[in-house]
Design a protein around this ligand. Structure first.
Ligand SMILES: Cc1ncc(COP(=O)(O)O)c(C=O)c1O
Length: 390
């Protein structure tokens, strides 16, 4: 009997670091979730929906009123239309949208292209679909695309490109030119695109998020994936959605209906009502997280840690090349046990073994958490620089 379909896959680095942070009482800047409360109005709307009896199965594709609100939001953000009936599906977070889209698109012998450092759910989903994930590294420290390498990796087996902007954990944002390059790469080929846009509203320094939805050539072959966990600071609600052309949506729903079937009714009701009350709420996300990123960067300036550009997402990379060899697993362990700060090493996001001088910090934390963490990191850096006597 075959024991495992994913023999090399263990518990994710996020779960491991969060568990160890709890055990050690460390500050958790590792896993990407806010440590502050959600808007009490959203919590009230969830309770109201439950009290009003919205507690039975929702329609498989999502509540109509939520899909309507999503269509309005997409129009407001990207000036594009998406048909709630045939193009929008509510999913169990972006994670399920990614998984279901990959199962719908990839078959045995197919290849899917992903960019390292790649979000960790992509490759296992491709392999469970019988496909092979081909990984191309972005070029550090600013993690740009090498389109020559992408062109060289494409062949007649390539079925899907997994694209993520703003990118976790690279913190880079694809440009309009990148989307054009991508369109050129897949043009005249039977290749689909999965565009993971969960950080669509967290883009800094006057840059803009370029959604595939607003790129007509890419839109026609894309599953675009979004997360209310990220946009409502409520990662535990596990509600996301996928927007794709009618034919792709039909295939996605064939998987979705046997995967999660439908998503928690009271949560969908509440989110639809919340978006009706605050249709523009997403506009606050970039300034909110820009202030946190700037606070963290200012506090760490001069510490000896390097701070690569963070163009988007709610993360900031921390470079420790000044202090230690580029063994990120070992350095993350030291920060956890010696400085009391949990981070996420980057190497688990790579297919080939790499030695990275970078760790990922989550900035979606209370200012007091960020302040305490940066003090601990700065003090630890000083100990490394000057020895314990100082
Ligand atoms: C790039 C990326 N994609 C997808 C997800 C999953 O989103 P969700 O929590 O909505 O499942 C995350 C969550 O951290 C992410 O960072």
């Amino acid at each position: 009997m075959r024991l495992s379909k994913l023999p090399d896959v263990g518990t994710t680095i996020f779960t491991i670091m969060s568990r160890r942070a709890r055990e050690l009482g460390a500050l958790n800047l590792g896993q990407g979730f806010p440590d502050y409360d959600i808007d009490p109005r959203l919590a009230a709307l969830v309770a109201e929906a439950m009290r009003a009896g919205h507690n039975q199965y929702a329609p498989m594709e999502g509540l109509p009123e939520l899909r309507e609100r999503i269509a309005l939001k997409v129009r407001a953000c990207y000036a594009v239309s998406a048909d709630p009936e045939s193009e929008i599906t509510v999913t169990l977070g972006a994670t399920e949208a990614i998984y279901s889209a990959i199962q719908a698109a990839v078959g045995p012998g197919d290849e899917a292209l992903a960019f390292d450092p790649a979000y960790d759910s992509y490759e296992p989903a491709v392999r469970l679909a019988g496909g092979r994930c081909v990984r191309i590294a972005l070029t550090p420290p600013d993690f740009r695309y090498d389109w020559e390498r992408v062109r060289a990796a494409i062949n007649e087996r390539t079925r899907l490109v997994l694209f993520n902007s703003p990118a976790n954990p690279a913190c880079s944002v694809a440009s309009a030119a990148d989307l054009d390059e991508l369109a050129a790469v897949v043009r005249d080929r039977d290749i689909l695109l999965l565009s993971d846009e969960v950080y669509e509203h967290v883009v800094f320094d006057g840059l803009r998020h370029h959604s595939v939805l607003a790129h007509p050539e890419l839109r026609s072959r894309s599953f675009a994936v979004f997360s209310f966990g990220k946009t409502l600071h409520a990662t535990g609600m596990r509600v996301g959605y996928c927007i794709a052309p009618r034919a792709l949506t039909a295939e996605l729903r064939k998987v979705h209906q046997f995967n999660t079937f439908s998503i928690a009714t009271p949560l969908q009701r509440a989110i639809a009502a919340y978006l009706t009350e605050q249709p523009d709420g997403w506009r606050e996300l970039t300034p909110f997280f820009a202030a946190k990123r700037d606070r963290l960067r200012a506090a760490l300036a001069g510490s000896g840690f390097s701070l690569p550009p963070a163009q988007g997402t709610y993360f900031q990379l921390l470079g420790f090349g000044e202090f230690a060899p580029p063994d990120d697993l070992a350095f993350a362990e030291r920060l956890l046990t010696e400085a009391g700060v949990a981070t996420i090493p980057l190497s688990p996001f790579y297919a080939a073994p790499v030695r990275m001088p970078f760790l990922r910090l989550c900035i979606a934390k209370r200012d007091s958490t960020l302040d305490e963490a940066t003090q601990r990191l700065t003090a630890f850096a000083a100990r490394l620089r000057y020895g314990d006597g100082r």
